[in-house]
Design a protein around this ligand. Structure first.
Ligand SMILES: NC(=O)C1=CN([C@@H]2O[C@H](COP(=O)(O)OP(=O)(O)OC[C@H]3O[C@@H](n4cnc5c(N)ncnc54)[C@H](OP(=O)(O)O)[C@@H]3O)[C@@H](O)[C@H]2O)C=CC1
Ligand SMILES: Nc1nc2c(c(=O)[nH]1)N=C([C@H](O)[C@@H](O)CO)CN2
Length: 235
């Protein structure tokens, strides 16, 4: 089985996807920023991991060169790495905007262009690029303006790369709303967030894993984004 490349595999949804795909037998290539014990566990299980600060283009270029040097083909690329930066009075607006566009749009753009040759195949729709987006890409967010705009840019990359890489490679997105709370989310925040959807619950890791599995099993969907949002638009 050809390897699957996932960015941001150190924790939460990225870690869950890495574990699930390795359990299905796929060799894993992953990037991480912070070092957690989970990184060592994945390495012990055979994962090929690279510490890459995705805000540094020099590190991205070095990572691409290593992957192209070591591998002739890839089964899929999953762009999961993300920073959920809010606007704050004391933060540099230009830095926030540039960081959000870098990690959510420039990194997928650079990796897709550079690694597309490793995804090439004669079989229709049997290789995948998956962009992990966000419900707010289509709705906006008054507290995460640059973040939402960068995820909207990512959604547009889904359209362009789907057209460019067909018919061998499918390019789709997954746009979650509330998938996992963060530990620091207090009760009031959690209750407010849950109340925004028709289905008042966290989507959870399995919801993401099921969506990834569907996209990889499809041979006829490309250029689309799966909305895992609990019916938020209808609330
Ligand atoms: N959780 C949710 O409810 C929702 C999540 N999503 C999307 O789903 C995906 C996964 O979400 P979730 O697991 O919560 O994400 P997290 O924010 O918990 O983790 C994101 C990962 O990306 C890594 N990362 C962030 N910045 C960089 C960087 N500069 N260089 C390298 N790696 C970096 C983080 O590394 P580090 O550990 O060092 O911080 C972390 O491992 C994301 O794309 C997110 O936007 C969308 C909607 C809802
Ligand atoms: N990189 C991240 N992106 C997002 C996160 C997160 O923790 N990391 N969390 C959310 C929220 O769950 C939001 O969807 C509901 O409050 C959004 N994006």
């Amino acid at each position: 089985m050809q390897p699957i490349l996932i960015t941001g595999i150190g924790k939460r949804l990225g870690l869950a996807m890495a574990k699930d795909l390795m359990a299905q037998g796929y060799p894993l290539i992953g990037t991480y920023r912070s070092h957690y014990t989970a990184i060592e566990d994945l390495k012990a299980a055979g994962a090929e991991l690279y510490r890459v600060d995705l805000l540094q283009n020099s590190e991205i270029k070095a990572f691409i060169a290593e992957v192209k040097n070591k591998h002739e083909s890839l089964r899929a690329i999953i762009h999961n790495a993300s920073d959920w930066m809010p606007e704050r009075p004391d933060t540099d607006a230009a830095k926030v905007f540039d960081s959000m566009m870098q990690i959510h749009a420039s990194v997928p753009y650079q990796l897709n262009l550079a690694l597309a040759p490793l995804l090439e195949t004669d079989e229709i729709g049997c290789r995948d690029i998956i962009h992990i987006s966000d419900y707010v890409a289509q709705k906006g967010s008054k507290k995460h303006i640059a973040y939402a705009a960068s995820k909207a840019a990512l959604d547009n990359l889904t359209l362009s790369f789907a057209a460019k890489l067909a018919p061998g490679v499918k390019v789709n997105g997954i746009a979650p709303a509330l998938m996992l709370f963060n530990d620091q989310d207090d009760t009031a925040y959690r209750q407010k967030a849950l109340a925004k959807a028709l289905l008042p619950k966290e989507g959870g890791e399995q919801e993401m894993l099921t969506a990834v599995k569907y996209l990889m099993s499809s041979r006829y969907m490309t250029g689309r984004t799966l909305s895992l949002d609990g019916g938020r638009p209808l609330k």
